[in-house]
Design a protein around this ligand. Sequence first.
Ligand SMILES: NC(=O)c1ccc[n+]([C@@H]2O[C@H](COP(=O)([O-])OP(=O)(O)OC[C@H]3O[C@@H](n4cnc5c(N)ncnc54)[C@H](OP(=O)(O)O)[C@@H]3O)[C@@H](O)[C@H]2O)c1
Length: 321
Amino acid sequence: MRTALVTGISGQDGSHLAELLLGRGYRVVGTTRDAARELPAGLGERVELVAVDMLDGRRMAEVLSRHRPDEVYNLAACTSGEGQFDDAVEIGRVNGLAVSVLLEAIRGVDPRIRFCQASSSEMFGDASQSPQSEETPFHPRSFYGAAKLYAHWMVRAFRRRHGLFAASAILFNHEGPRRGPGFVTRKVTSQVARIAAGLATELRLGNLDARRDWGYAGDHVRGMWLMLQQDSADDFVLATGETHSVRELCERAFGHVGLDYRDHVREDAAAFRPPDPVQLVGNPAKARARLGWSTEVRFGELVDMMVDADLRLLRQGAGGA
Ligand SMILES: NC(=O)c1ccc[n+]([C@@H]2O[C@H](COP(=O)([O-])OP(=O)(O)OC[C@H]3O[C@@H](n4cnc5c(N)ncnc54)[C@H](OP(=O)(O)O)[C@@H]3O)[C@@H](O)[C@H]2O)c1
């Protein structure tokens, strides 16, 4: 039986990845900051949860020595836009430096451990070309993107210098029913559920013409797993390769419950973000060719799935707040 260690297992991707790994017969160990954390989808019963400070190299080495993983997936990060984007030091520590701490621990305990880093399309930032591939130069704009880029380069450096099987997944946006409430997809689908239930009437959003490359989390974590099943470590863009606007997102989500988004959505000037100078959209050709990876859940299906999940949550009394 293979063992996988997943940092940040309580998050959206962590839970999808844990389900995938358990389904493939892995023993799964997950890290969290809080051992009392409840995992979604009944995972608490099926994975071993350990509390770890991601910056504590000694503790990380202890966890690796005790659980002896074959594969490590580093998903823990400051990700939500709720104020955390502004904390440059914390973002630098967790999204950047912690990756070096983890790679050093792997090197010390067992350099055969395979490692996958959850990197981000935000590393491209003010990209000079579109779509973006593994060859596109990085120009991060945010603290988040800059810290992720440091980690990305450290993954490559550990691979070159120490021969570790260390791979970096350059992830474009991926969503699903477990997406945090601060992200625009979930903001839309949860409010659509409330409006459909008669609990609200309006949804305020920023620029409706902003476009994103939105995929499904279940597909993207499968890509990360595939990356660690190869003969050698490499970096891959995981993306759908197509974009949709916030307006299309609203149209689909409201349409799914028989409503017209134009009756409910208000564009809020205060929430406008400056437009991206170059369209951020990934080119997944390398992942397709080398991993045989492609996305299975299309945009419309993804939005319907999220609305249905939010309607269910509301009925269960957990999503109405
Ligand atoms: N989802 C996307 O579209 C996307 C796109 C590009 C890259 N990524 C990357 O993919 C990974 C997974 O994303 P996700 O969507 O699953 O994120 P998520 O739902 O926000 O989960 C991230 C997890 O990281 C842990 N975490 C948060 N702040 C932390 C801190 N200060 N120190 C240590 N751990 C912390 C949390 O676990 P505990 O609270 O249990 O500690 C949280 O559950 C992240 O590294 C993210 O940056 C995601």
